[in-house]
Every structure is written in C-alpha cells, then in structure tokens.
Design a protein around this ligand. Structure first.
Ligand code: FE2
Ligand code: FE2
Length: 287
C-alpha cells in the first residue's frame, strides 16, 4: 500500500430496474477497476435510484457485495433526492388529496430512515443500529485517519418552495451536531472530508433561464453549510446532484462534484490524500 490514501468518488447512478443490463455491466466494470487500481475507499454521493425504489438500492448493494466493497471501511453512501422523493407520486397524491404538509413530511422522514437502515452496514458498521444523519466515519489508515462527515441535504417536496423536489437544505439540527465539542475533538487528528448530495455551487450563468433552473436545484442554506464545513475544518467536500464533473474551491475548501455515473459510466473522480494532508484530485475516464 502506498502512503497516500486513494479515494474513488462517483455519484448519481439513477438506476432504474434490472432490465438495464448496459448500466449494470458498466457498474461491474467500474467496481472491478476500483479494486484492481487499489482504491482504499469508494464514496457514492446519492441518487442511487431514479425513482426512489428500494429495488434499485438493492441492485447497488448486490454489486458492491459482489466486489467485496460492501464494507464500512471500504464504501460510504448517502441518499439523494431521487432516493427519497418520487416526484410523480408526490404530485399525484397532492392533486388527489392535498394532504397536510406534516403528513408528507413524516413520509419523507420514513423514506430517509428506510435508506439509512437499508445501508446501515455502510453507515454505522453495525447490523442493528438505527442511525440517521449526520454521521461521522473515522477510518484508520496506516498513514492517517480520515473522517467522512456525511450530512443529508435532501429536502422534502413542497409545491411552492421545492416544486421539482431538487432543492436542498440541511437541517439546523445536523449542522449543530457537527459543532458539539466531542465531535470536534474526534475530528481533530483527522483529515476531514465533508459529504452531502447537493452542490454548494450550481453552474450559474447570467442568463435568466439558467438562474431559474439554478433556483430549483440549489442548496438553500449553502452559507450555513459552508460555515459548518469550516468549523469542522473540512479540507474537501464531495457532492453530486448537479450532473457535472467539476471541482472548485471556496474559501480554501476544495469541492468536488462526482458528476453522474448514469450519463458518464466510465468517468469518476480520484482523490489522493498525502500524509501531510496534501491532495491531488483528477477526473478519470476509463478507456
Ligand atoms: Fe441526480
Ligand atoms: Fe439529485
């Protein structure tokens, strides 16, 4: 093993049933590659399913198991909006019943809990713990400790405030939890990586159409999120959602968007972390 910790990052798989052989085969190829190339850890930053379907989560789980990657210290997954919100269903129910916002909120919470329970071996490392977000995973590598600090940024569908279910927000409870003294103490000796589904920065141009589009995709409280990332001294933040491979820097923190496996199944982000905390990041496309 080299001294550098080698992390692969992919996002936005948008699996849609097992009839899509091409996508499943491409996933096998990519996971094979991660194993052959000696990656230490794989991060998947949400939207595993296209239609909030547990069957798609199962496909991902089975593939990870088949490549011996379904292990707490080998892989981390979080939910994206498409894992939690089925837009068609939301709209159908809304039109039919106009259910109380509180009822819809509890259905949302249940789905997010379903996700956390489904992948709990990758979240808590235990079989029967019911742990929700945020979670902090500290992995001891021979050369350093890495802390992956994962937040849920998926925000319930609301007709006026979140019409496409694609706007994100991170609850204040999660942000507060990160600044607790015992959390900060446990992060102190680690190289800290932040993780959420939504982008800190969406594409953004001056055109009105882009701005209208950005509004439906944005992370509502991105400034609070950035402040929390500074509190925990995150060096890198990984995200997805906005299907574009890109990296950018904000106030000294490197943000990496893992793009979309669905649309570019041969492309991923490689992050190398050196012993002194130096990082090298690049996007790689398999031949
Ligand atoms: Fe997505
Ligand atoms: Fe998304």
């Amino acid at each position: 093993m080299t001294e550098k910790v080698k992390i692969a990052h992919i996002s936005d798989l948008h699996f849609s049933g097992k009839q899509d052989r091409r996508q499943l085969d491409a996933f096998d190829r990519l996971l094979d590659h991660f194993n052959n190339a000696g990656f230490d850890h794989l991060v998947i930053s949400g939207d595993l399913s296209n239609n909030a379907d547990q069957g798609d989560w199962r496909l991902v789980k089975e593939k990870l198991e088949g490549h011996a990657l379904y292990q707490w210290d080998k892989c981390t997954v979080i939910a994206g909006n498409h894992d939690v919100i089925n837009l068609e269903e939301e709209m159908r129910f809304y039109n039919a019943l106009n259910p109380l916002p509180l009822l819809r909120k509890s259905a949302f919470d249940r789905k997010l809990t379903d996700f956390s329970l489904f992948f709990q071996e990758l979240i808590t490392g235990e079989k029967d713990a019911n742990k929700a977000f945020p979670f902090v995973k500290i992995i001891n590598f021979p050369s350093m400790k890495i802390a992956i600090t994962a937040l849920n940024s998926v925000y319930p569908w609301y007709p006026a405030d979140n019409p496409l279910g694609a706007r994100g927000s991170i609850t204040s409870g999660q942000l507060r939890a990160l600044s607790l003294e015992h959390v900060l103490a446990s992060l102190r000796e680690c190289f800290v990586i932040g993780l959420c589904h939504h982008a800190y920065r969406v594409y953004g141009t001056d055109s009105l159409i882009d701005q209208a589009f950005d509004w439906t995709m944005e992370l509502k409280n991105r400034d609070e999120f950035l402040a929390a990332m500074k509190v925990i001294k995150a060096r890198v933040v990984l995200h997805g959602h906005f299907h574009r491979f890109q990296s950018y820097s904000v106030d000294g923190i490197t943000f990496i968007n893992g793009g979309s496996f669905r649309y570019s199944p041969r492309r991923y982000s490689e992050l190398l972390i050196g012993k002194e905390g130096g990082i090298e990041q690049k996007f790689i496309t398999l031949a």
